[in-house]
Design a protein around this ligand. Structure first.
Ligand SMILES: [Zn+2]
Length: 301
């Protein structure tokens, strides 16, 4: 501590001083937040995705992370809230016409980099100097100024409808982080509730379908049995009808033929009998006549 003659105390050991907070250059923060992937720290390149907290990632890095959560050392610290690919939204970014890849790599750390993307309405560069938002319904990215100046319930870019809770601020300020996290938690709860409701309605629909199916089966079986019964009851009728249809057509012919043959036979028999009687009578007559003729000649007479 000094003052014992052995050592000379320094000023900061005797006077309490307010420690100077290390000021981080905002340009460096912007460069990290708006130009590099929050997970892989590589420069952002299409396709770019964002989470509910408004961080920017390269889609490839997120895929890699989801396949193996240890692929990036601090991945679980940065992306602990990303469980599946559904937790991120593919961003529809407007490319900056004045951006050149080669020019970018030749820039020194002091020079301000050219943003890769711009607002599709105001054409402001997405470099961290302007606030940008995206809609988690369609993924369209635009400056907050454009959203304010063109108030609409549909996306200015793709006209898809959205609600106020669908607007996510990209790279929010540190003081906004708590509110953003709160909104994110609420949103997750809402999604879970919606999922549950969907499941409920699905199961209800399934039950209804099953019930309807059972009823229709019953109806089908009843109708089929009815048909069978009808067939069963009809078949004898039909057969009878068929028989009755056949019988009168066959029977009369048979009877007619029988009767015809009978009548013909009878007639023939009658004729035969008549002929025989005639023959007999003629013979007799001839006998008589012969006798008579022999007796009664015109000479005898
Ligand atoms: Zn849109």
């Amino acid at each position: 501590m000094g003052c014992d003659g052995g050592s000379i105390p320094k000023r900061d050991e005797l006077v309490k001083q307010k420690q100077k907070q290390a000021k981080v250059d905002q340009n460096i923060i912007n460069r990290v937040q708006w130009f590099t992937c929050a997970l892989s720290k590589k420069s952002l390149s299409t396709p770019v995705v964002s989470c509910g907290l408004g961080k920017l990632y390269n889609r490839d890095a997120i895929l890699e992370f989801l396949l193996d959560r240890t692929s990036y050392g601090d991945g679980d610290l940065i992306c602990s809230h990303i469980k599946t690919l559904k937790d991120v939204v593919s961003l529809q970014l407007e490319p900056n016409p004045s951006f050149a890849e080669n020019h970018q790599s030749s820039l020194s750390h002091d020079q301000e980099p050219v943003a890769r993307y711009v607002c599709p309405i105001t054409f402001k560069e997405m470099n961290g100097k302007h606030r940008f938002v995206y809609l988690d319904t369609c993924g369209c990215v635009m400056s907050e100024q454009a959203m304010r100046e063109v108030p609409s319930k549909t996306c200015i870019k793709c006209t898809k409808p959205f609600e106020t809770f669908n607007v996510i601020v990209l790279n929010p300020k540190p003081e906004e982080l708590d509110a953003v996290e709160q909104a994110f938690v609420e949103k997750q709860a809402r999604i879970q509730a919606e999922k549950k409701e969907k499941k409920k309605t699905k199961s209800q629909k399934k039950d209804l379908k099953k019930m309807n199916g059972a009823n229709s089966n019953l109806l089908d079986s009843s109708t089929s049995s009815k048909r069978k019964l009808d067939e069963a009851t009809d078949s004898p009728k039909h057969k009878k009808q068929h028989l009755s249809a056949k019988v009168p057509s066959v029977q009369p012919t048979q009877s007619s033929t029988h009767s015809l043959t009978a009548t013909v036979a009878a007639k023939v028999a009658e004729q035969m009998a008549a002929n025989a009687s005639r023959q007999k009578s003629s013979a007799l007559q001839s006998l008589y006549t012969s006798e008579r003729s022999s007796k009664e000649n015109f000479m005898n007479r």
